[in-house]
Ligand binder design. Structure first.
Ligand code: ADP
Length: 447
């Protein structure tokens, strides 16, 4: 097993990884920017190294600084967490070249799935049905028109290097296509330095359902069930739950099986998530994330498995050690992503936390690095806390979530807590009768 792991991330996910390491008896190194020197994970880590000024490009994304910190502290592995360098194949390669283990998949698989056009093609070959779409990258507007006519309107223009819902624009007819294409290309270039886009059929009422898998790189793969991440704003997840209220047992079994078979064929190693849209009883593969995901706790809550621990164990070369039939599913879990943002207009709200009280009690879990008196810096993602509940049934989980949201106090800044209190009280959400467009309507006052 590793003796010392460097955590190349910040915020709640850095703390999450630190906790797994501590329980495994592994020493931890926190790296941080000057904006995060008082962060909870930095205080709790065995060692910490300041790797640069606040802008992520000069600190958390600064590969030489992160790898130097690992070398100086003698860390034998790096956990990249979520975001930042987690899906950077070059970083994974360089980590290995410097004698450190990258806790994640092979650079080849990161690269393959990071190119969404190549990922869809591979997924199809592996038996995962993709969303119907165009025949390759869009060359120009005339090519986009040709592809869109073949697919049928409405179409969605998506960035090949995509992530976080950026570079994605819908066109409902040929008259909208030119402008939407230009916008998507500009956004993709701005966000990823790559303007390559492709077309997909725009599904009008899907749910987002994804499968958590874990592979050992030798063809042994298990899944930890599905997560339903249908409530979204700007294509970003807001509330996640497991299991999905929309699937029956046969659909669930089918989805788990095709996902495991595909990943076994690929020889995938580490944690990964296969994302699908689900509409009218059909699943459509959209992308794979080759890393830990923000919403992983809901899968942990219904299986009792610490996924980060499993990821670290396999990276250290331990055998998987169990089969699909050893994973028992129990009850229902729901997670709310709480952001430092105004709950209605979503303006970022960094600042000082003046008062902090977390909910507790049976089946309640809080993932957050916040404490009274800490500062939420303005430079990074606005996610500040995740509230996760578990109940024997979905109804019990909903009641518990409502109770826990009522107890949670985060004073001094605006947060999206009030929005979550409204969501859990919304009849459509309670009934599970929503699609990916519901939350936008709900926020706008409809739904
Ligand atoms: P990203 O990598 O930017 O997160 P994804 O491909 O994972 O992009 O899609 C993010 C979200 O965008 C999905 O969860 C879904 O809500 C929406 N979306 C993606 N593809 C489609 C599609 N073909 N039709 C309708 N909505 C889509």
């Amino acid at each position: 097993m590793f003796e010392k792991v460097l955590i190349a991330n910040r915020g709640e996910i850095a703390l999450r990884i630190l906790r797994a390491c501590s329980e495994m008896g592994i020493a931890t190194v926190a790296v941080h920017s000057t904006a995060d020197e008082d962060a909870m994970h930095v205080r709790l880590a065995d060692e910490s190294v300041c790797i640069g000024p606040p802008p992520a490009a000069e600190s958390y994304l600064n590969i030489p600084a992160v790898i130097s910190a690992a070398t100086i502290t003698g860390a034998d592995a790096i956990h990249p967490g979520v975001g930042f360098l987690a899906e950077n194949a070059r970083f994974a390669e360089l980590t290995a070249e410097h004698g450190c283990v990258f806790i994640g998949p092979s650079p080849e698989h990161i690269r393959l799935m990071g190119d969404k056009i190549a990922a869809k093609k591979t997924a199809k070959e592996l038996g995962l049905p993709p969303v119907p779409g165009g025949d390759g990258p869009v060359k120009d507007e005339a090519d986009a028109k040709r592809q869109a006519r073949a697919i049928g309107y409405p179409v969605l223009i998506k960035a090949s290097a995509g992530g976080g819902g950026r570079g994605m624009k819908a066109a409902h007819g040929e008259n909208e296509l030119g402008a939407a294409l230009a916008l998507a290309q500009r956004e993709a270039h701005g966000a990823f330095g790559d303007a390559t886009v492709y077309l997909e059929r725009f599904l009008e009422h899907p749910r987002h359902i994804e499968v958590q898998i874990l592979g050992d790189g030798h063809g042994h793969v298990v899944h930890f069930g599905e997560r339903d991440c249908t409530p979204q704003r700007r294509h970003q997840k807001v509330v996640e739950e497991a299991p999905s209220p929309a699937l029956n047992a046969a659909e669930r079994e089918h989805l788990g099986r095709i996902s495991v078979e595909a990943m076994a064929k690929l020889g995938y190693r580490s944690l990964g998530t296969l994302e699908f849209l689900y509409q009218n009883g059909e699943f459509f593969f959209i992308e794979m994330n080759t890393r830990l995901q923000v919403e992983h706790p809901v899968s942990e809550m219904i299986t009792g498995v610490d996924l980060v621990r499993e990821q670290i164990r396999l990276a250290a070369g331990a055998p998987l050690g169990y089969a699909q039939s050893d994973i028992a599913f129990s009850g229902h879990a729901i997670e709310c992503r709480i952001n430092a943002e105004h709950p209605r207009n979503f303006t970022p709200a960094p600042g000082k936390i003046t008062e902090y009280h977390t909910p507790g009690g049976m089946g309640v879990r809080v993932e957050s690095g916040l404490y009274s008196g800490c500062r939420v810096p303005p430079y990074y993602d606005s996610l500040i806390a995740k509230l996760v509940v578990h109940g024997r049934t979905r109804n019990e989980a909903l009641m518990r979530l409502r109770r826990a949201l009522g107890e949670y106090v985060i004073g001094g800044i605006d947060t999206t807590l009030p929005l979550h209190r409204d969501i859990v009280a919304a009849p459509a959400f309670i009934d599970g009768a929503i699609d990916i467009h519901w939350l936008e309507r709900f926020v706008a006052g409809g739904g």
